[in-house]
Design a binder for this molecule. Structure first.
Ligand SMILES: *Cc1c(COP(=O)(O)O)cnc(C)c1O
Length: 386
């Protein structure tokens, strides 16, 4: 069945007793045992909850994995995955990385003796130079956020496999609707489901999807032992959001492409970073491994003095952190999402004081362009008058 149909039908045929089309929210944390040594399959909701299970089965199937685990946030999902590693283990990680992931590795995992090296994960020679006997895994974001760098998942995971390393992909920006890393050879997919999967800026959630029985059991053990699980209410809210994922991603992509093309021609804009544009260095790989493009991109204004008035003058577009929701949000990575990344790394990759990130919502594209246009005009006027 096509993915659009599978998304729309999440949970709808799983409740035979009443035939409920929307799967019920089981708030119960405890489940009665029929007798000693028997279980309905549910004992205690940290281990397994009926509503969360429906979500997890859907996520595993959508990502072509063997098992999925719903977590309280994307960071919780990453923490559970990182808990596979032991003191002395080493990871290789995308250089242009989500700030929270960098913080978790550098401020917390490092205290437990798990270290990380940061590199352009599309550069296999550079990765090779960093591999030591302690290296256990490669963590990839593709596209990266905010600079939209693309990694060839198939090529890197094949290489990682040949070296005995696991490949972990943070698939938050594309979702299984556009990209399925496990089909390309990755071992583990993680999501901040807070973003496109939830889609409405109203639920925090994370997902882990695993390939292979051993890995699935290992992550399942950690998920239950750590307890960073998603509650029943939020599991339901996430499934509700996921039912419209296909429609939303199509519109996010359409709007983002139109706006990126508009900005590319704008006199105040120096550069637009969006893999859907043919001049983007990752364009070809992106087209090969994904069936579409995310709804976020970044752009660089010609003069840093534009930033403050742009953010003050946008009206329809909100100046806010986060991404992937139906509402358009604009972020200033250097002081917001990426503030925890050292200046030296930020400068190396180009997250500087002229960069803005735009999470394009599903509003009418003309209204979004009109809002950007008036904000850019207002910024230009203010600078000229100053
Ligand atoms: C937001 C985000 C995370 C963290 O997820 P939360 O749900 O905010 O904890 C991880 N990775 C990426 C790429 C993200 O955008």
């Amino acid at each position: 069945m096509n993915i659009e149909s599978r998304l729309a039908q999440i949970g709808s045929i799983k409740e035979p007793k009443t035939g409920a089309v929307s799967f019920p929210i089981y708030n119960s944390t405890a489940f009665r045992h029929p007798k000693l040594g028997e279980s309905t399959g549910f004992d205690y909701s940290r281990t397994k909850n009926p509503t969360r299970s429906v979500l997890e089965e859907a996520a595993a199937e959508l990502e072509s994995g063997d098992a999925a685990f719903a977590c309280s946030t994307g960071m919780a999902a990453l923490q559970v995955v990182f808990s596979m590693f032991s003191q002395g283990d080493h990871l290789i990680v995308s250089l242009d990385l989500y700030g929270g992931t960098y913080r978790l590795l550098e401020r917390i995992m490092s205290r437990f003796g798990v270290t990380a090296s940061y590199v352009d994960t599309n550069d296999i020679d550079a990765i090779g130079e960093l591999v030591t006997p302690s290296t256990k895994a490669i963590l990839i974001e593709t596209p990266t956020n905010p600079l939209m760098m693309i990694t060839d998942i198939e090529r890197v995971s094949a290489w990682a496999k040949s070296k005995g390393l696991l490949t972990i992909v943070d698939n938050t920006l594309l979702t299984p609707f556009f990209q399925r890393p496990l089909e390309l050879g990755a071992d583990i997919v993680v999501h901040s489901a807070t973003k496109y999967l939830g889609g409405h800026n109203d639920v925090l959630a994370g997902l882990i999807v695993t390939k292979g029985q051993e890995l699935s059991e290992q992550i399942g053990f950690l998920h239950n032992s750590i307890g960073a699980v998603l509650g029943a209410q939020d599991s339901w809210l996430l499934m509700r959001g996921m039912k419209t994922l296909a429609l939303r991603m199509e519109r996010h992509q359409y709007n983002a492409t139109k706006i990126a093309e508009y900005l590319l021609e704008h006199e105040s804009i120096e550069e637009v970073y969006y893999p859907a544009l043919p001049q983007h260095p990752g364009h070809e790989v992106q087209n090969r491994q994904s069936s579409g493009n995310t709804g976020i991109f970044s752009f660089k204004v010609k003069d840093a003095r534009y930033i403050e008035p742009i953010l003050r003058n946008i009206k329809l577009i909100a100046f806010a952190e986060s991404l992937g929701g139906v509402e358009s949000l604009m972020t200033y990575p250097a002081v917001q999402t990426h503030a925890d990344i050292p200046l030296e790394i930020r400068q190396k990759i180009g997250v500087d004081e002229r960069l803005l990130r735009f999470s394009v919502g599903i509003e009418h594209v003309d209204d979004l362009i009109a809002d950007l246009s008036q904000a850019l005009d207002a910024a230009k006027r203010e600078i000229e008058e100053a």
